[in-house]
Design a protein around this ligand. Structure first.
Ligand code: ADP
Ligand code: ZN
Length: 800
């Protein structure tokens, strides 16, 4: 009998980042499986924590006596063999702890929550007066009773002990049902025998004469209380049962069934290539490069419909903000109940329910944001990463994984193809297609009959300013807005900055109001009448006088979505404007509401940040205005051109998607920059060529691989010194072809009162690097206790 379990415990540190050996109590030996969560004692005292079983055996290679597993937290494994292997792969490639990888894969309700409680051991001690009959107090109760200071000596004297409990939060929602037990034929007789005035019981019997099985809510809604139901149960008329229910986030939606569209030649070629690879179980990666509106989604839908017929399953990843109701609708209305949707707008309970549906094989298609790559589907036939260039596919905290890489790993595991789709692929992916590592599929035309790419005009804001036109809206853009309003067509305006204006500055002394915790200026928010830090959330009042020189010359500079909204109302009082940014979409469902209203033509203008650039497919949008194309361009990051080109192409793609032709106006101070000029001609291939040349010249990805190392500490000195020490060590070990950028202070030196220093390694071949980095992390263990953190980011998407 297997009686030994290897367990990864919920203590994310380097020393504990390995399996620990436990004894399996006899009664659990027949039921325990790898991939289940367990509660185990760990470390000193009575501390109990959550762990994952990663191995079972019947011999222990540990000498000491083993502690037993306390209990099982699951009835069946929550991480299957594939995902256990994937966790190992993530650990190796992201330098994260295995426990962090495992927890990342599961819905957050399955993360352990711990409760501390105090147990009275010596029932004769005077402290007993504070304890209830049961002899246990929660930590909070002990705190409120003022007992905490006394606890330490009492514990040492074995009067009390502290227990740590693992709380299992993943509760399924239960619905109570009434099951009829009385023979319907005898009901009239039973009613006759009721005492006069027993109208409720009579009503209950009436219902039971017609229905054998109904939810309790049906009865309570009809005036029959649970007390009456309990009496009915006592009479033997019925039994009350509980049935597990799914919280369905789309229960109020009515999806109209849609049928596949007749594909054009490009689409047919793509569907055929992908479906053939599905059929032949080829783990091939395709890059589907299709201009905006070329019908990529239709290609996904039809390939998935085919593989469902063969009993296979599919994952489709989309960037969080592109997971619009429109996108969900397209999937649900074509593929029906086979589709499960995972995104951040769901409550924790809803996410858990969608996850269980997938896990039980009740959903075959998963549409979701980044973490949907961990969907516990079996028999996967296809994984799609739509808008594959999006930076949100990379997680910015540990484990710093890229969903695209994990998609390819899972594709190899399942022997199935992976499709990376985009109108503007990342340079890395496009370069791989060039080398035939990925197979390139292209869609060169807009799919709808008569739909054309929009025409794009670039407005040089320097000439506007030279002619004393200091407005947010150039004259050309204003003219076009007036025109569209008159024609009752719709307008999308992109402004890449939220808030009212970017900063306030004193005109006398030039003082800019900074965040006290971060090295960045505060942003004015007119709706809350506060200054806010976009990094740490710090808020304060808007100053009337300059805190530096006391002058009353405080002015607002730059421009934000709130301010532009006001300007729009002044310039075009008749226009109905909807604003979409982080501030207007904070509430659950707000995003959906804004888009639905716009889709129903309840507004003429949709003004927003990046989040409006993706996924909108509305036929009446005929004008797109980009108010400041330069914001991304000015960042000191080698990807700034790529990001600018992508954003401009994406947002332009919202115009003229149906019969009506579209126009785009791009306002910029850098009209001669190649990213702007090539966005104007909307030629991705040209941009790719030019940008590859730039990357080659300056030695950046995809010609080099990169790793970013960051140190942070509350004192600047400490962070800097550590970074320099690391750089010295690395320099000795790295090959001469590799390049170190830095050490340097990070672009924002201080965030939340911690100082950040960074170092970037650029390399082509460095087989020893993973081992070096692991050792480096190992050595920084001792520093961690002093508040010094070292983190490693493979292929960072942010260089600053
Ligand atoms: P993409 O995902 O490439 O931006 P979509 O899949 O959203 O493009 O397609 C754009 C529009 O064209 C959608 O309204 C879609 O219904 C329509 N469409 C797609 N394929 C076809 C087709 N073969 N015939 C007609 N319309 C199509
Ligand atoms: Zn701050």
């Amino acid at each position: 009998m297997t009686h030994i379990a290897e367990v990864i415990v919920d203590v994310p540190t380097m020393q504990t980042d390995q399996p620990f050996t436990y004894e399996i109590p006899t009664e659990l030996q027949a039921v325990i499986e790898t991939g289940m969560r367990v509660e185990v004692p760990f470390g000193q005292g009575d501390r109990h924590i959550q762990g994952f079983v990663v191995g079972l055996s019947d011999v222990s290679n540990v000498d000491q006596p083993l502690k037993p597993i306390t209990r099982l937290l699951d009835l069946s494994p929550v991480v299957n063999d594939e995902l256990l292997q994937l966790a190992d792969h993530m650990k190796q490639t992201t330098f994260a702890f295995k426990i962090t990888c495992l927890q990342t894969m599961l819905p957050s309700v399955m993360k352990a929550e711990y409760q501390k409680q105090i147990v009275l051991l010596d029932k004769t001690h005077q402290i007993r007066s504070y304890f209830p009959e049961s002899g246990t107090l929660s930590w909070q109760e002990a705190e409120e009773a003022g007992l905490l200071p006394q606890l330490k000596p009492l514990r040492a004297a074995a009067v009390v002990e502290v227990q740590y409990l693992v709380k299992n939060k993943n509760k399924a929602k239960m619905i109570r049902y009434v099951q009829r037990q009385i023979d319907p034929a005898t009901i009239p007789e039973a009613i006759d025998q009721l005492r006069k005035g027993s109208t409720r019981k009579a009503a209950l019997l009436q219902i039971l004469s017609k229905e054998a099985y109904l939810p309790v809510s049906f009865f309570t809604e009809n005036g029959i209380s649970t007390a009456v139901l309990n009496q009915g149960e006592a009479e033997g008329w019925l039994t009350l049962t509980e049935v597990e229910a799914y919280r369905d986030p789309f229960k109020d939606h009515d999806f109209q069934k849609t049928t596949p569209l007749a594909l054009n030649t490009d689409q047919v070629a793509a569907v055929t290539a992908i479906s053939t690879a599905v059929q032949n179980q080829q783990p091939q990666t395709f890059l589907l490069e299709g201009i905006t509106g070329s019908g990529k989604t239709e290609v996904y839908l039809q390939t998935i419909a085919q593989l469902l017929q063969q009993g296979k399953t599919a994952i489709m990843l989309v960037p969080e903000i592109a997971l619009t109701p429109q996108m969900v609708e397209r999937f649900k209305s074509r593929l029906g109940d086979a589709v499960a949707v995972l995104h951040s707008g769901l409550s924790q309970g809803e996410k858990y329910d969608e996850w269980r549906k997938i896990e039980r094989g009740e959903a075959q298609v998963v549409v979701g944001a980044r973490s949907a790559i961990f969907a516990p589907l079996k028999n996967i036939g296809l994984i799609i990463v739509d808008e594959e260039h999006e930076a949100t596919y990379k997680q910015e905290e540990a484990p710093r994984y890229h969903a695209r890489d994990l998609a390819i790993w899972r594709g190899a595991y399942h022997h199935c193809p992976v499709v990376l789709g985009s109108a503007t692929p990342s340079l890395e992916s496009r370069a791989r297609a060039q080398k035939n590592v990925y197979q390139l599929l292209r869609l060169n035309q807009r799919a709808k009959a008569n739909a054309q790419l929009p025409t794009i005009e670039v407005v040089d804001m320097r000439t506007e300013f030279a002619q004393k036109q200091y407005q947010t809206f150039s004259r050309l853009l204003q003219e076009k807005i007036v025109d569209r309003l008159a024609r009752q067509e719709q307008i999308v305006l992109l402004l890449n900055r939220r808030g009212y204006s970017s900063f306030v500055m004193c005109r006398d002394c030039g003082y800019v109001l900074p965040c006290p915790n971060c090295d960045i200026s505060l942003t004015l928010h007119m709706d809350t009448k506060t200054m806010r830090c976009h990094y740490c959330g710090h808020e304060e009042h808007i100053p009337h006088r300059c805190p530096n020189c006391q002058a009353d010359k405080i002015r607002y500079y730059g421009t934000g979505t709130q301010k532009v909204e006001e300007e729009l109302k002044e310039l075009f009082p008749e226009a109905r404007v909807l604003r979409m940014d982080v501030d207007t979409t904070r509430k659950k469902g707000a995003h959906e509401k804004i888009l639905t209203a716009f889709g129903e033509k309840k507004a003429d203008i949709l003004l927003g940040t990046q989040m409006i650039a993706k996924g909108l497919d509305f036929p009446d949008i005929t004008l797109v205005g980009v108010l400041n194309a330069d914001t991304a361009l000015n960042l000191p990051d080698f990807r700034s051109s790529e990001r600018t080109f992508q954003l401009l192409t994406q947002v332009s793609g919202r115009a003229g998607r149906a019969e009506k032709t579209g126009e785009v106006v791009i306002q910029t101070f850098n009209p001669e920059h190649y990213a702007i000029q090539l966005a104007q001609t909307q030629d991705y291939e040209d941009f790719y060529q030019k940008e590859m040349w730039v990357r080659h010249q300056s030695g950046y990805p995809p010609y080099f691989y990169t790793v970013k190392i960051t140190c942070s500490h509350p004192e600047e000195q400490v962070a800097a010194q550590k970074m320099f020490a690391i750089a010295r060590d690395l320099k000795q070990e790295l090959s001469p072809e590799s390049v170190l950028l830095g050490p340097a202070p990070s672009a924002i030196l201080r965030i939340k009162n911690r100082y950040y220093y960074q170092l970037i390694i650029k390399y082509k071949q460095e087989p020893q690097l993973p081992a070096m980095l692991t050792r480096l992390l190992d050595q920084s263990q001792i520093d961690q206790r002093k508040g010094l953190y070292v983190s490693i980011d493979q292929e960072p998407l942010n260089f600053i």
